[in-house]
Design a protein around this ligand. Structure first.
Ligand SMILES: NC(=O)c1ccc[n+]([C@@H]2O[C@H](COP(=O)([O-])OP(=O)(O)OC[C@H]3O[C@@H](n4cnc5c(N)ncnc54)[C@H](OP(=O)(O)O)[C@@H]3O)[C@@H](O)[C@H]2O)c1
Length: 341
């Protein structure tokens, strides 16, 4: 089969993967099944925990699998019997001749699908469009490799890096397009986290809301970190989503506890004290920054002491995406582990 046909099929599988939910314990996975001529005969994707995996979803669309069929999958087929059977077995049972996948499965329980398929005589090709697949599935892959939730640190600042005015007011630094984007990203996370300082200063709701004010169907768990006693009248404790307060400063302990609860992606929204500690400990995987065209000056920086006293110790990050969002600048950046951070 030609490389073009294989690459087009993988591109389609990556698109299909995005139709599934980004939140939850399972990855977004897409599958395309090709006949011996390389034509797409079935498509599938994973619709969330407890529902069929992408490979099984695609196979279910075919009354019979023709000889010489190829399954093109964004992630190594799983080898794990959870709420649904292992995909490797389903592909073997269906008589698939070749399996082409993009990214290896790092999961403890689910990895090993490729070996199972090969042992059953199926031709297996891995690494097709791996870079794109790994980028798309970075939250799930990184979380499973690090055995802790993926941490996104988000802030909105003035162009001079201030997260609030001198009197601590910070509402609406960024514009409506940035706020809508931040809410959509919240809706894709499993948890939103802030320190007690932000609750006291801003009384935020920390829900994921659409531009018309209605709630997204999925609401991440709201996590407030800090020992101060908070009045139950703060809006973060309203009934729109679940909330927990963790009365500790141990960020490693917090991430461990959330991982045990099946939280794969934490969206840390500040404030500066909590954000600095995450950065100082090297626990940030990705930064989401909205920079607004205003000057605030003063002392309310988005982030404080991150443990850097000399330029040689700077914590390097890598811009992954930068563009104008309304009147703001949007930045997505990843921690650059290669630079020694
Ligand atoms: N522009 C933005 O994106 C943005 C976002 C959020 C907040 N803000 C602004 O930030 C200001 C509030 O700043 P803040 O620094 O006081 O808020 P914060 O970082 O939300 O809260 C700090 C508190 O978090 C708790 N905490 C728990 N574990 C911690 C750890 N490991 N390291 C550090 N703190 C830990 C401590 O609470 P206990 O003392 O209770 O233990 C600490 O006092 C407000 O003016 C708000 O408007 C701006």
């Amino acid at each position: 089969m030609s490389y073009d046909k294989i690459n087009n099929a993988m591109r389609r599988a990556l698109e299909l993967a995005l139709l599934g939910p980004a939140h939850g314990v399972n990855p977004q996975v897409g599958t395309v099944i090709l006949n011996a001529e390389g034509e797409i005969i079935a498509e599938g994707w994973h619709k969330g925990a407890g529902t069929p995996h992408a490979e099984v979803d695609a196979l279910s669309k075919l009354s019979e699998v023709p000889r010489g069929a190829t399954a093109v999958v964004t992630l190594e087929p799983c080898n794990h019997t959870g709420r649904t059977g292992p995909c490797a077995q389903a592909l073997i049972a269906a008589g698939i001749g070749t399996v082409i996948y993009a990214a290896d499965d790092p999961g403890d329980a689910s990895a090993g699908g490729a070996a199972t398929l090969r042992a059953a005589g199926i031709e297996v090709v891995s690494g097709v469009m791996r870079e794109q697949a790994e980028e798309q599935a970075r939250v799930w892959l990184t979380a499973n490799r690090r055995k802790r939730p993926f941490v996104t640190l988000k802030w909105a600042t003035s162009i001079d890096g201030r997260a609030a005015a001198e009197d601590r007011t910070s509402k609406w630094i960024s514009g409506p397009e940035s706020r809508a984007d931040a809410h959509r990203r919240r809706s894709e996370a499993d948890a939103i986290m802030v320190g007690t300082g932000t609750v006291i200063a801003d009384d935020p709701e920390l829900t994921a809301r659409k531009p018309d004010g209605s709630l997204y169907e999925h609401q991440p768990l709201r996590v407030v970190v800090g020992e101060r006693e908070l009045e139950p009248t703060y809006r973060v404790f309203n009934s729109d989503a679940q909330t927990i307060q963790l009365r500790t400063h141990s960020l490693h302990g917090i991430l461990e506890a959330l991982w045990q609860e099946g939280i794969k992606h934490v969206f840390v929204e500040g404030g500066p004290t909590l954000a600095s500690h995450f950065a100082r400990l090297g626990l940030v995987d990705e930064f989401i920054i909205y920079q607004a065209p205003m000057l605030l000056g003063g002392s309310r920086l988005a982030i404080g002491d991150v443990g850097v006293s000399n330029i040689a110790d700077a914590k390097h990050i890598e811009f992954a995406e930068t563009y104008m969002l309304g009147n703001d600048i949007f930045i997505r950046a990843r921690a650059n582990k290669k630079a020694g951070n």
